[in-house]
Design a protein around this ligand. Structure first.
Ligand SMILES: Nc1nc2c(ncn2[C@@H]2O[C@H](COP(=O)(O)OP(=O)(O)OP(=O)(O)O)[C@@H](O)[C@H]2O)c(=O)[nH]1
Ligand SMILES: [Mg+2]
Length: 434
C-alpha cells in the first residue's frame, strides 16, 4: 500500500518537474523573427540621384549685420590656407561650390532644380535678325538653303554635301556625325523621301542635341545669388554682366556688380560705367588687389546690403596658363567662404566667332572649374554659328544665354527650339528683317 502511494507521489513529482521544464523551454524559445529582426539593420532607402549640375539654393546663415563700411572696402581677412599657397597642378581642390558628399545627399533631397531667375518671351524673328550673318547667302543656313533649294528629289550625294557645310560652319566632327547619323539612318530605312524630310530630320536632331544639356537662363538660388563670369580675354564677360544687370534691374532686383578684374584700371572703369548706366552699385577693391579678397568682401557686403544678385567680373585669361587658372579657382573657393554655396553659377563666356577655339576653351575651363553654363557672345558677328551645337553636344554644358550685339537688349535666353527655328527654320527673312 505504502509502496503504491510512494509510486503515485513519485509520478506526480515527475509530472510537475516535466511541466515546469517544458514551460521554461517554451519561454526560452526565441520568438521567430522578433528579436532577430530588431538586430537586423533597417532597409536603407537608396539615395535619390543628384540632378546634374543644378545646385541647391544657398542656405545662407543669417549673418550679424556689420556697420556699413565707409569709403573703399576694407582689407579682407585673408582666407587662411588660400592666400599664400597657390594650388598646384595635380592637387586641384574642388571649387568651394562643389559640396561635400553629405551635402550632396541634402541636395538630392532638396527636390527639383531652382527655377530660372527670369525668362524672356520667345522671339524667333528678333533672334533671326541677330543671326543675320548665319542666314544670309554664304552663311550656315544660307548654304544649306541653297543646297536644298529647288530640289525635291533626293540626290545620293546630299549627305556628303550637308557634311561639308556642317564641318565648315564650326559644328565640329563629332557633332556633325551625330547630326548626320539620323539622316543616314532615315535614308537607309527609306523613311526620308524628299529633301524637305531631310531638312526636318536635320532640324529635329539639332534640337535634340541642344536640348540634351538643358540650358536657358540663370537659376534663382535665393538672395543673393552669386554668379561668376569667366573666360579668355575679350570674349564679352563685362558686356554680358552689363546686359544681365540691365535686365535684372528692370525687374526690380537689387544688383551688385563686382570688379574682380583687378589687373587693369580700365576694366574697373568699364564696369563702373555699366553700373552708372544701369543704376546699380559696383564694388571695387584697390588697384591691383587680390581678386579673391575683393570677391570675398563684395559678397559679404552684398549679403549685408540685401543684394538679390551679385555678378562677379573676372579678368580674361588664357585657359592654357595654369597660374591664372589657379587664381580663378581660388576666387571660386573664396566666394564659397564668404557665402555657403557661392558661386551658385559659374558661366564661361566664349566668343562665338572663334569657332572650334571656343569649344577648346569650354573643354579646358570645365576641366579646371565647376562650370554651370555657357554664354556665347558675338553670334551676330559670325556666318557660321555651328559652334553652339558643338559646345552643347560635345561639352554637355548648358548654354544659358547668347549675345547677338553690343546693346543691353542683345542678350537672349537660350532656348533650343527657338534657336533652331531662328537658325535653321525656313522663314521669310526679308519680311522679318523689315
Ligand atoms: N558684336 C558683338 N560684340 C560684343 C558682344 N559681346 C561683347 N561684345 C564686344 O566685345 C568687346 C569685348 O567685350 P568685353 O565685355 O570687354 O569683353 P571681356 O571678356 O570683358 O574682355 P576682357 O575683360 O578684356 O577679358 C567689346 O567691344 C564688346 O562691345 C556681342 O554679343 N556682339
Ligand atoms: Mg572685361
Amino acid at each position: 500500500m505504502s509502496n503504491t502511494i510512494l509510486i503515485i507521489a513519485l509520478l506526480v513529482v515527475a509530472v510537475v518537474i516535466f511541466a515546469v521544464v517544458a514551460a521554461r523551454r517554451g519561454k526560452a524559445t526565441p520568438q521567430l523573427g522578433a528579436d532577430d529582426d530588431l538586430k537586423l539593420p533597417k532597409a536603407q532607402p537608396s539615395p535619390p540621384k543628384r540632378a546634374k549640375r543644378e545646385k541647391k539654393p544657398a542656405a545662407a546663415k543669417p549673418k550679424e549685420k556689420k556697420p556699413a563700411a565707409e569709403g573703399p572696402p576694407s582689407a579682407p581677412e585673408p582666407p587662411e590656407d588660400d592666400d599664400e599657397v597657390p594650388v598646384s597642378e595635380g592637387e586641384e581642390e574642388q571649387p568651394s561650390s562643389a559640396p561635400p558628399s553629405d551635402e550632396a545627399d541634402d541636395e538630392a533631397a532638396a527636390g527639383p532644380p531652382p527655377a530660372p531667375i527670369s525668362r524672356r518671351k520667345a522671339d524667333v524673328a528678333g533672334l533671326r535678325r541677330g543671326l543675320k550673318k548665319v542666314r544670309q547667302a554664304g552663311g550656315f543656313f544660307g548654304r544649306l538653303k541653297e543646297l536644298f533649294a529647288g530640289k525635291k528629289e533626293l540626290d545620293p550625294s546630299i549627305v556628303e554635301e550637308i557634311e561639308e557645310i556642317l564641318l565648315t560652319s564650326d559644328v565640329g566632327v563629332k557633332t556633325t556625325e551625330a547630326l548626320l547619323e539620323a539622316i543616314r539612318e532615315g535614308l537607309d530605312r527609306n523613311e526620308l523621301d524628299d529633301t524637305d524630310m531631310v531638312w526636318d530630320a536635320l532640324r529635329e536632331r539639332a534640337s535634340e542635341l541642344l536640348d540634351i544639356s538643358g540650358g536657358g537662363p540663370l537659376r534663382n538660388y535665393g538672395s543673393p545669388t552669386v554668379v561668376l563670369l569667366v573666360g579668355v580675354n575679350g570674349t564679352g564677360k563685362t558686356t554680358t554682366i552689363g546686359k544681365l544687370a540691365t535686365r535684372f534691374a528692370t525687374e526690380d532686383r537689387q544688383v551688385l556688380l563686382v570688379a574682380g578684374d583687378t589687373f587693369r584700371a580700365a576694366a574697373v572703369a568699364q564696369l563702373k560705367a555699366w553700373g552708372k548706366r544701369v543704376g546699380c552699385e559696383v564694388f571695387a577693391g584697390k588697384d591691383g588687389a587680390d581678386p579673391a579678397s575683393v570677391v570675398f568682401d563684395a559678397i559679404e557686403h552684398g549679403t549685408e546690403t540685401g543684394a538679390d544678385i551679385i555678378l562677379v567680373d573676372t579678368a580674361g585669361r588664357l585657359h592654357t596658363k595654369a597660374n591664372l587658372m589657379d587664381e580663378l579657382k581660388k576666387v571660386a573657393r573664396t566666394a564659397g567662404k564668404a557665402l555657403k554655396g557661392a558661386p551658385h553659377e559659374t558661366l564661361l563666356v566664349v566668343d562665338g566667332t572663334t569657332g572650334q577655339n571656343a569649344v577648346q576653351q569650354a573643354e579646358m575651363f570645365s576641366e579646371a572649374m565647376d562650370l554651370s553654363g555657357i554664354v556665347l557672345c558675338k553670334l551676330d558677328g559670325t556666318a557660321k554659328g555651328g559652334v553652339v551645337l558643338a559646345i552643347a553636344a560635345e561639352q554637355d554644358l548648358p548654354v544659358r544665354y547668347i549675345g547677338v550685339g553690343e546693346r543691353p537688349q542683345d542678350l537672349r535666353d537660350f532656348d533650343a527650339e527657338e534657336f533652331v527655328e531662328a537658325m535653321l527654320g525656313q522663314g521669310d527673312d526679308a519680311a522679318e528683317a523689315a
